[in-house]
Ligand binder design. Structure first.
Ligand code: HDD
Length: 689
C-alpha cells in the first residue's frame, strides 16, 4: 500500500491520504475505478464520451506530470542518509548538528551541471554535491560541488557562464559538454575562470563514481559559537573510498555503454548495503590569517591549501537509503544556500551573496508555489511554525485565530501561536567580527580578486606528471572543437600566465603558434605545491567499492572461475560475469554457468579491472570476436589490471596488450593490481599533449 502520509515536523501528520481503499484503484477523488483498460464509448466502434471522468482525469494528470527542470544541475541522483557528528567543536559553533554523537537525517543530491535531466552521467563536467541536513534547529543546506573553486567571482556573471556552457542558443547542441565555441569564447575572455578551468580540464570532472569524489562547500562561511564569536570556515567532504577518476577515452565510451553509469553505481551500492561514506572536514581560520594570504578568502575562485590550514574531521555522512520515488524526492528536493542554522553564517563572498538571492526564486519557478517547503522532502523534521499563510498548494491547516504577531490572544486563553526567541533564534553574526562592511557604494571587487593565475598555477604544479598530461590533453581536445578562430590562441595566451610548459603543450597539440601571454591585472605569485589537490596522490589501493568484469566462455575452468569470484568478492569488489551469450557458457566440468552481462553490451569500461578466465578453445574463439578483442584492448588502454589464464594469451596478443605490472596471472597478484590503475602505461598507449 502506498503511504502518502508524511511527518509534518510539528509532531502531527499531514492530511494527505492514500486515496480510497488501497486495494482498489480509484480516481484522485477516491471513486473506485471498474475498468482501467477501456475508455467510455458510445458503441464499441463509436466516439469516446466527454463524460468519461476517469479517462479525463488520468490523461489530465499525465499531461501535467513534468515540471521545469533545473536551469543548471538538471540531471541528478539522490539518496537518504545520516550525518553523525564525531568531534566536539562547541568552541567554534553552537550548531546542534555538531553536537558530538548527534545523528541528523540528510538527503543528498549529486548532479552534473550542464546537461538536461535526460542527459548522460559521464560527460566532462563539474559534479554538484548538495546536502540537506534536517537538523533539530531547522534545515541546513550545504550546496556544493566536487571542486573547491568556481568559474566566477561575482554572481552577476552566472547567467553568462551558464548560457555560454549550455547548449548553444540557436542550435541546441551540444548537450552536456563544454567542448564548443560559446563556452570557450566566454571562458577565454574571463581570466578569473582560469583556476576553475584547470580543475575542469583535470580528471576531477571525470569521477569514477559519486562515491569516489570529494565535495566542497566552496565559499568561505562562518562558524559562530554560543558567545557569538565567529571564525571563518571552509567545508570539505572526503570520500572513505579515496579519490578515483576515469580517463577521457573511458568516459567517452562509458557514455555509450551506460548513460546511467553513476546513477546506477550509487543505487546499487546502497541497495547492496555498501553504504557510501564521506567524512566532513572543516578548515577554520580567523581574520588575521585571512589578511595574511596572497589571495582573498571571499573570492570563490581561490582555495585555501590544506597544507596551510589542515582539514579537521568533524563528522561522517553515510548514505543508506535509496529514494522511494525519484520525482517526489530527488526531483522535488529544493536546496537553498540560505538554509543555515544557528551557529553557521555567511561570509561576504559576492558569489555566495548572489546565490542567497537566486535559489529561492528558482524553487518557486520549478515547484510552482511558495509552499514548496511543505513537500515532504523539503519539510524540516523539527517543529516549524510561523504566521505565513495560504498561497498556492497550501497543504497545512493552521488552527486558531492568530495569524499575525504581536498578538495578545494567549493572554485571553487562546493559542496566540509561536513567538520569536532571541536566545534560540538565528542571530546574524555581528559584522565587526570580520568583514569590512563599510564603504562607498561601488561596483568593484577587492584588490586581490585581480589575481587570476597564481592558484591556477598552484593547481597545475601540484599534479603528477600523468595528471598534467591529462590536463594539457583536455585543453587540446576541448579547443580542437572550437570553430571560432580567435578563441584557442586567446586561451593559450591566458595559459602562458599559468605555466609556460602547459601553454606550449596545448599550442603544440593544436598546431598553432604560441601567442604572447595575455596581460595580467596582477602579477601571479608562486605558491607551494599542495598534494591535496592531486587525485593520484589521494587514491586508495583498494578493491572496495570497485567492480571486476570476469570474462568466461565455453570450456572455462569451473574451479578457477569460482576461485576468482571468491577472491574478488572477498576483497570487497563486485564480480560481474560476462560471456558471449547471456544464458552463459558450458564450463570444463560440463555445468552451465549463467552470465550477468552479454559481452557485446558489457564492455570493459564498466569495470575497474578485468579477469579473463578462458580455456585455449575459448580464447581462440574470442580472438575472432571484435567485442572480446575490444574488451581487452580497452581495459589495457584504460590502464586497468588484466588478470588472465595462460590460455588467454592469444586474446591478449590480438588486443595488442604489452605485458607490464598490471598484466597478471589470476592469483594474489591480480587482486593487488586490480586495486590500482597503471598510469605509467599510458605514454605507451596514447599520445598525450
Ligand atoms: Fe548553483 C543549483 C552548486 C553558483 C544558481 N547549484 C545548484 C546545485 C548545486 C549548485 C549543487 C543543484 C542543487 C540540487 O541538486 O538541486 N552553484 C553551486 C555552487 C556554486 C553555484 C557550488 C558556486 C560556488 N548557482 C551559483 C550561482 C547562482 C546559482 C552564482 C546564481 C546566481 N544553482 C543556481 C540555481 C539552481 C542551482 C539556478 C538551479 C536549480 C536550483 O538552483 O535549485 O538557482
Amino acid at each position: 500500500m502506498t503511504d502518502f502520509t508524511t511527518q509534518r515536523g510539528d509532531g502531527g501528520e499531514t492530511h494527505q491520504q492514500a486515496s480510497g481503499d488501497a486495494d482498489v484503484l480509484t480516481t484522485n477523488h477516491g471513486v473506485p475505478v471498474s475498468d482501467n483498460q477501456n475508455s467510455l464509448r458510445a458503441g464499441a466502434r463509436g466516439p469516446t464520451l466527454l463524460e468519461d471522468f476517469v479517462l479525463r482525469e488520468k490523461i489530465f494528470h499525465f499531461d501535467h506530470e513534468r515540471i521545469p527542470e533545473r536551469i543548471v544541475h538538471a540531471r541528478g541522483s539522490g539518496a537518504h542518509g545520516v550525518f553523525e557528528a564525531t568531534a566536539d567543536i562547541s568552541d567554534l559553533t553552537r550548531a546542534a548538528v555538531f553536537t558530538p554523537g548527534e545523528t541528523t537525517e540528510v538527503f543528498v543530491r549529486f548532479s552534473t551541471v550542464a546537461g538536461g535531466a535526460g542527459s548522460v552521467d559521464t560527460p566532462r563536467d563539474v559534479r554538484g554535491f548538495a546536502v540537506k541536513f534536517y537538523t533539530r534547529e531547522g534545515n541546513w543546506d550545504l550546496v556544493g560541488n566536487n571542486i573547491p573553486v568556481f568559474f566566477i567571482q561575482d554572481a552577476i556573471k552566472f547567467p553568462d557562464l551558464v548560457h555560454a556552457v549550455k547548449m548553444e542558443a540557436d542550435r541546441a547542441y551540444p548537450q552536456a559538454g563544454s567542448a564548443h565555441d560559446t563556452f570557450w569564447d566566454w571562458a577565454s575572455l574571463m581570466p578569473e575562470s582560469t583556476h576553475m578551468l584547470m580543475w575542469a580540464m583535470s580528471d576531477r570532472t571525470l569521477p569514477r563514481s559519486f562515491r569516489t569524489m570529494e565535495g566542497f562547500g566552496v565559499h568561505t562561511f562562518k562558524l559562530v559559537n554560543a558567545a557569538g564569536k565567529a571564525q571563518f570556515v571552509k567545508f570539505h567532504w572526503k570520500p572513505r573510498l579515496g579519490l578515483q577518476s576515469t580517463i577521457w577515452d573511458e568516459a567517452l565510451k562509458l557514455q555509450a555503454a551506460d548513460n546511467d553509469y553513476q546513477r546506477r553505481d550509487l543505487w546499487e551500492a546502497i541497495d547492496t548495503g555498501a553504504f557510501p561514506q564521506w567524512d566532513l572536514g572543516i578548515q577554520v581560520f580567523d581574520e588575521e590569517f585571512a589578511r595574511a594570504q596572497p589571495y582573498d578568502v571571499q573570492d570563490a575562485t581561490k582555495l585555501i591549501p590544506e597544507e596551510d590550514v589542515p582539514v579537521r574531521i568533524v563528522g561522517t555522512l553515510t548514505l543508506n537509503r535509496n529514494p522511494d520515488n525519484f520525482f517526489a524526492e530527488t526531483e522535488q528536493v529544493a536546496f537553498l544556500p540560505t538554509n543555515v542554522v544557528p551557529g553557521i553564517d555567511f561570509s561576504n563572498d559576492p558569489l555566495l551573496q548572489g546565490r542567497l538571492f537566486s535559489y529561492l526564486d528558482t524553487q518557486k519557478s520549478r515547484l510552482g508555489t511558495t509552499n514548496f517547503h511543505q513537500i515532504p522532502i523539503n519539510a524540516p523534521r523539527c517543529p516549524f511554525a510561523n504566521f505565513q499563510r495560504d498561497g498556492l498548494m497550501q497543504t497545512m491547516v493552521p488552527k486558531g485565530r492568530a495569524n499575525y504577531e504581536p498578538n495578545s490572544l494567549t493572554a485571553h486563553g487562546e493559542d496566540g501561536g509561536p513567538r520569536e526567541s532571541p536566545t534560540r533564534g538565528f542571530v546574524t553574526v555581528n559584522a565587526a567580527s570580520g568583514d569590512d562592511e563599510q564603504g562607498d557604494k561601488l561596483r568593484v571587487r577587492a584588490e586581490l580578486f585581480a589575481d587570476h593565475y597564481s592558484q591556477a598555477r598552484l593547481f597545475f604544479r601540484s599534479q603528477t606528471e600523468s595528471e598534467q598530461a591529462h590536463i594539457a590533453s583536455s585543453f587540446v581536445f576541448e579547443l580542437s572543437k572550437v570553430g571560432l578562430e580567435q578563441v584557442p590562441a586567446r586561451m593559450v595566451a591566458n595559459l602562458r600566465n599559468v605555466d609556460e610548459d602547459l601553454a606550449r603543450r596545448v599550442a603544440d597539440g593544436l598546431a598553432i603558434d604560441l601567442p604572447d601571454a595575455s596581460p595580467t591585472a596582477r602579477t601571479p605569485v608562486d605558491m607551494a605545491p599542495s598534494d591535496a589537490l592531486s587525485i593520484h596522490k589521494n587514491m586508495k589501493a583498494t578493491l572496495e567499492g570497485r567492480a571486476v568484469g570476469i570474462l568466461f566462455a565455453d570450456g572455462s575452468d569451473a574451479a578457477m572461475l569460482d576461485q576468482v569470484i571468491a577472491n574478488v568478492t572477498g576483497a570487497g569488489a563486485k564480480a560481474v560475469l560476462v560471456a558471449p551469450k547471456i544464458g552463459g557458457a558450458k564450463l570444463s566440468d560440463g555445468s552451465m554457468r549463467k552470465a550477468e552481462g552479454q559481452l557485446a553490451g558489457t564492455p570493459s569500461q564498466l569495470f575497474d579491472a578485468v579477469a579473463l578466465v578462458l580455456s585455449a578453445d575459448g580464447a581462440a574463439l574470442l580472438t575472432k570476436e571484435a567485442a572480446a578483442v575490444q574488451f581487452v584492448m580497452d581495459a589495457f588502454g584504460h590502464l586497468k589490471a588484466i588478470g588472465a589464464t595462460d590460455a588467454a594469451a592469444p586474446l591478449l596478443d590480438k588486443a595488442g596488450v604489452e605485458r607490464d605490472a598490471g598484466i597478471t596471472a589470476l592469483d594474489g597478484a591480480f587482486l593487488e593490481a586490480a586495486a590500482r590503475r597503471f598510469y605509467d602505461r599510458e605514454p605507451g598507449v596514447r599520445m598525450l599533449a
